[in-house]
Write a protein that binds this ligand. Sequence first.
Ligand code: HEC
Ligand code: HEC
Length: 282
Amino acid sequence: MSRPVFAIGLSIALAGIVPTASDAREPAENPAQTPAEIARLEYEQVMALTPDPENGRRVYLTCAVCHRPEGWGAPDGSYPQIAGQLRPVIIKQLADIRARNRDNPLMYPFSVPRILGGPQSVADVAAYVAQLPMTPDNGVGPGVDLALGQEVYAEHCAKCHGENGEGNEAEHIPAIAGQHYLYLMRQFDAIRTGRRKNSDPKMVKQIDGFTPRHQAAVLDYTARLRPPASKLAERGWTNPDFPAYVRDPMGVPPMPPMPAGLMDAPPPPEPPAYPSVPPAPR
Ligand code: HEC
Ligand code: HEC
């Protein structure tokens, strides 16, 4: 037996007998280090802070790229409306997303402390988003099954999300009235199938066995629930905090113009000639 093989054999044999320091406490076993627990601790920390709305507006500039300056997201559901969401819900979702207790690969890089900032910035941006007025023109469903939707809502959703989809601050249950239908559909699927890690187990149980018809009906009904008038923006409102933000008719910001002269710049110089690669040693 050659020495290296013997050494590997010995260490395998020892690993079975001698406990090493590292397996005394695996990170996954330590509740303080699970994503859910990291998020819960940050949630509590943020909730104890006093928000600074001026800094919230500044931080929101990052979010505006996807959620739009008004926080209205997109009616196709690719980006949720976050305007007018309850402050504790926004804080919980931000804490969950950056602790990876809710998968959001698109937003994750913008949620990390290096970009978004620490707990104070989370408190600030959440307060800013919560006070934004909501769109009067959110995306809705086909509208063909609303009587069933109303029945299902009253029986299965109202006790948690409220009679009018207004959510619950103390229990950080999301307001869902006036959210884009296609976003509601995506989240409902993620919750039902367990893909959304931070979902409420009691809700998962409640919606177990829903048929596609029940789901579509109740979510179409939910998207059409009107938030109170005091929370809704006038049609066509634009956020005066971002006057320079360029909007086009499709709601997609146009590409910035090419820098002047880029296309008629002289061709780049020839790369320098490097000595040829030496032959591989034999
Ligand atoms: C690169 C695009 C992007 C950026 C930037 C971004 N988000 Fe998001 N955000 C998303 C997407 C996409 C979702 C929905 C993901 C999903 O379907 O689960 C989301 C979800 C959310 C949610 C959960 C909404 C809900 O009701 O479930 C909140 C709250 C939120 N974002 C707040 C913010 C804030 C605050 C910022 C700025 C600090 C921000 N986002 C920056 C793309 C982005
Ligand atoms: C037992 C309470 C409970 C019941 C019943 C319940 N939910 Fe929920 N729901 C929650 C909680 C709590 C969350 C947020 C979980 C989290 O991310 O922290 C949630 C999240 C959601 C979301 C995601 C919202 C978002 O902004 O991301 C949707 C959509 C939703 N529920 C729809 C419904 C519908 C429709 C029904 C009825 C068919 C229903 N829920 C029944 C508690 C409940």
